[in-house]
Design a protein around this ligand. Structure first.
Ligand code: PGA
Length: 253
């Protein structure tokens, strides 16, 4: 059985003082929530603080990006090995904001996914369509192409050590959540696509939903058979919202 997983994506938010308050509240609140895995993906400069405050708490942490390169003359980049040095377990790769704003192609995302695995990190691979693509009926083709780039480079077996996040671009930060049925349909498609290559991997891989998940809609989303938790942006900056979401995940397990 797949355990529910809730990961916070702070994006470019936070500061030392605010992080400390938020992390304390999460550690305290989550100590009383069983049966759900939680993690925080923080900006690079705060990973040392996150490591210090979350160590021993049962909450994992990770980064929002990782370089596709191992080491060397890549000014401004951060390697997987560096993230492991700070206790990271996860690295988000292929978030739509990086695909769009930082011109990351599916090929670059596949390289980052492979680099994360090589460093011993669990990549959280984001896939998802824009509103235009959905309206054109291209959702499955877009998600399939995003997955194919990774499958071609790393193979289906790599998903034994990875997490997928389906994040429809039109639902990210917009307050417009996909309906549980819309999300479920794409999650089932993702699982079926992997099952065509390896049924056991497909059965076991966690597929998270991301895009305006809040305390008020988490229960319905997480109740769908192929939705294994959430990648939470805005709501992960609010301890009460994040705790409500984690409790919802725990309750439907
Ligand atoms: P949101 O972001 O929850 O603020 O919509 C989700 C994400 O971008 O991962």
């Amino acid at each position: 059985m797949r355990i529910k997983f809730v990961a916070g994506n702070w994006k470019m938010n936070g500061n030392l003082a605010a992080n400390q308050v938020l992390l304390h509240a999460l550690v305290e609140g989550l100590a009383r929530v069983a049966g759900v895995k939680c993690a925080i993906c923080a900006p690079f400069p705060y990973l040392a603080q996150v490591q210090q405050l979350l160590s021993g708490s049962g909450i994992g942490w990770g980064a929002q990006n990782v370089s596709q390169f191992d080491a060397g003359a890549y000014t401004g980049e951060v390697s997987g090995a560096m993230l492991v040095d700070f206790g990271c377990r996860y690295a988000i790769v292929g978030h739509s904001e990086r695909r769009t704003l930082c011109s990351e192609t599916s090929e670059i995302v596949a390289q980052k996914y492979a680099a994360a695995l090589k460093a011993g990190l669990t990549p959280i691979l984001c896939v998802g369509e824009t509103l235009e693509q959905r309206d054109a009926g291209d959702t499955e083709a877009v998600v399939a192409a995003q997955l194919d780039a990774v499958l071609e480079r790393s193979g289906a077996l790599s998903f034994a050590h990875a997490v997928i996040a389906y994040e429809p671009v039109w639902a990210i930060g917009t307050g417009k959540t996909a309906t549980p049925e819309q999300a479920q349909a794409v999650h089932a498609f993702i699982r079926a696509k992997l099952a065509a290559q390896d049924a056991v991997i497909a059965q076991n891989v966690q597929v998270l939903y991301g895009g305006s998940v809040k305390g008020s809609n988490a229960t319905q989303l997480f109740g769908m058979p192929d939705i294994d938790g959430g990648l939470i942006g805005g709501a992960s900056l609010d301890a009460n919202e994040m705790l409500t979401i984690c409790r919802a995940a725990s309750a439907v397990n």
